[in-house]
Design a protein around this ligand. Structure first.
Ligand code: GLC
Length: 440
């Protein structure tokens, strides 16, 4: 039975090639046009160049979209590594799932606290990292297409999120900032690495959610309506998490993926993301383990109250169990879930965790290869990566590299971790925006 569950998650090379091919098809479709049937949106970011390292000044950055909300003060000095001070604020489910006014008032309150604590007295330019699908109208404005992950706040979809942020600042009356850039976390991550590495052509997030962006030639963006003579390239936010929303990856979904999808807010949406990212991997493992329990092959057929709860088994335990030995695994089950696991139970649990995380890493690897092939850079390019899954999981990177080498033997792709890249990148875009305004 354990063998069978594990085998359901396996993605051999031929299947992986199919993922890569279909995803490439989706990328091309999204670049060509807009429309409800276009699932992978390939959004234009209005970021047309990488920073050149000459950006300077003090900037604020806000980072909304992961498990915490963060406010950062970033000091850019020519030729030096950026200096930053950051503060994390826990954003609870009630806030994520209330109204836009409550959500943006919460953000404004955090900013006010931060500004006071850091003793900031001058009006600073601010970069806003908002990690959801946004149809940008310019570098400083964009409307939310839909919420992803577990955000559902009402009154935000279809609205300009920068406007909502500014209105919240006005409601407080004690925040004096200038919002100069709106970016996705993928773009922030790419730019944070691109600040020092001008061959950084892709930004990748493997955290609560997953997504990628990349530098594309404007001539390849059929749907671009702006002046194609002014710039030659633009960063595209793929929003690849939505791959499969038209049912195209249904044949690869296991019963455990389907069970998860029945329980989440955004049913039938973000299916590729659900197979890959940290918000979901723990729950997929839990679903698979529950079926083993039900069949009497795990924990003597008994679950516990905590383990029976939706999202009760978080992805951090997948990482911890895969990194640790049987004794660690037993301790987690005893301390966190009040379950006495045997040695054999722990071996089975570890195998299921590895099966689910390896599938995720391989799928993500196929996505990166699809993008690198698209821009014809198998011979060498840098991919900037951020996100807790990539950072914390013991074998995710290796499994991803293996998949990329299977799909593109001899490739020269360099993955570069961009610690806190999403926020720092927003400050860098803000700096570029300020420089351009001054020179224009
Ligand atoms: C979700 C969001 C996307 C973001 C990703 C990683 O997929 O829709 O915008 O980049 O999560 O945070």
């Amino acid at each position: 039975m354990v063998d069978q569950v594990v085998s359901e998650f396996s993605i051999p090379l031929d299947k992986l090639q199919e993922v890569e091919t279909r995803l490439t098809g989706e990328f091309n479709k999204g670049l060509a046009r807009e429309g409800d049937d276009v699932k992978v949106k390939m959004l234009v970011t209005y970021v047309h160049s990488l920073p050149d390292g000459s950006e300077e000044g003090d900037f604020l950055a806000l980072d909304l979209g992961g498990s915490n909300f963060r406010v950062l003060l970033i000091k850019l000095r020519k030729g030096q590594l950026p200096e930053q001070t950051a503060e994390k604020f826990v954003i609870d489910d009630a806030t994520k799932q209330s109204t836009g006014v409550v959500l943006f008032d919460f953000i404004a309150k955090c900013v006010a606290e931060f500004v006071k604590k850091q003793n900031i007295t001058t009006k600073l330019p601010l970069g806003f990292t908002f990690s959801f699908p946004v149809k940008q109208l310019s570098l400083t404005s964009g409307t939310l297409i839909r919420w992803t992950k577990d955000f559902t706040a009402t009154g935000v979809v279809g609205e300009n999120v920068v406007q909502l942020l500014k209105e919240a600042f006005v409601r407080r009356g004690d925040i004096d900032v200038d919002v100069v850039a709106l970016v996705n976390d993928t773009t922030g991550t790419q730019l944070a690495v691109g600040y020092l590495d001008n061959n950084c052509l892709i930004g990748l997030i493997l955290g609560t959610g997953t997504n990628a962006c990349y530098m594309e030639q404007l001539s390849a963006v059929g749907k671009y309506t702006g002046d194609k003579n002014k710039y030659s390239q633009v960063i595209i936010n793929c929003e690849w998490g939505a791959f499969g929303d038209d049912g195209s990856i249904d044949p690869w979904l296991t019963t455990y993926d389907k069970a998860l999808d029945e329980l989440v807010q955004n049913k039938k949406q973000q299916l590729y993301e659900k197979m890959i990212s940290g918000k979901y991997l723990g729950e997929i493992v839990r679903q698979a383990l529950l079926s083993l329990i039900k069949n009497g092959v795990l924990f003597g057929g008994k679950s516990s109250e905590k383990f029976s709860k939706f999202e009760g088994f978080e992805t951090q335990y997948v990482s911890m169990i895969e990194a640790g030995d049987v004794a660690n695994c037993k301790k987690i089950f005893k301390d966190v879930f009040s379950i006495e696991a045997s040695d054999e139970d722990c071996q089975s649990v570890k195998r299921v965790c590895a099966a689910v995380s390896t599938r995720a890493a391989r799928l993500a690897g196929a996505g990166v290869v699809a993008l690198v092939k698209k821009i014809n850079k198998l011979g060498g390019c840098t991919v900037a990566v951020d996100g807790s899954l990539y950072k914390m999981h013991p074998t995710f990177r290796q499994n991803m590299d293996d998949a990329m080498n299977e799909l593109a033997p001899g490739n020269k792709i360099t993955m570069k971790l961009s610690e806190d890249g999403s926020g720092r990148g927003a400050a860098i875009v803000a700096a570029v925006a300020c420089r351009l305004t001054k020179t224009e």
